[in-house]
Design a protein around this ligand. Structure first.
Ligand SMILES: [Fe+2]
Length: 180
């Protein structure tokens, strides 16, 4: 016998707005945040160059948690430098393919990647069309050159500055939806 208490199908398929009872609605309205939406247009968020062969489409900045989200586009076969993570990352491959020189797997569209603090690795794509990777990232990323010399830290402040500098230089309005 199946336990009827356990939901194994959605409880409603009604195509309607349901007014969910929330005992803390008033508190939420005073103190709560708001979800955001970034459409696919470059008006919502432009592709900002990241070196010669890559661009970043910024999607979210959360300064309290040092969280940043974006789509990284590597346009043709190439390398994004070796980096060391101080936080957790999740990524999904959207187009093309990508891998790390340090691991034995290749991410194709739909592939899901998690990275943890303390990992250091070198991102490459060998796909003729490069790759697009959606990422939700927490914590600083330290970049190193090929001689293992530290170059720069990219954290939420770096990502905000990357986005805002490009917008300023190109007369693109800053989109408040990026700030969560
Ligand atoms: Fe990484």
């Amino acid at each position: 016998m199946k336990n009827k208490e356990i939901m194994d199908v959605p409880p409603s398929t009604a195509f309607k707005v349901v007014d969910v009872p929330d005992p803390f609605r008033e508190v939420f309205e005073r103190r709560g945040g708001q979800g955001t939406f970034i459409g696919p247009s470059e008006k919502d968020s432009p592709w900002v160059p990241f070196g010669e062969n890559a661009a970043i489409r910024h999607l979210a900045f959360d300064v309290s948690n040092n969280v940043f989200s974006n789509v990284l586009w590597i346009k043709k076969p190439g390398v994004i430098g070796t980096h060391y993570h101080r936080g957790r990352i999740v990524m999904i491959c959207l187009e093309g393919s990508a891998r790390y020189l340090e691991y034995d797997w290749v991410a194709y569209p739909g592939g899901f990647i998690q990275e943890v603090p303390g990992e250091a690795h070198t991102l490459v794509t060998e796909h003729p069309q490069g790759t697009k990777l959606f990422g939700w990232m927490q914590g600083a990323i330290d970049f190193y050159d090929e001689n293992a010399q530290f170059v720069q830290t990219a954290d939420v402040w770096w990502f905000i500055n990357h986005y805002e500098t490009y917008c300023r230089e190109n007369d693109i309005p800053i989109n408040p939806q990026l700030y969560i």
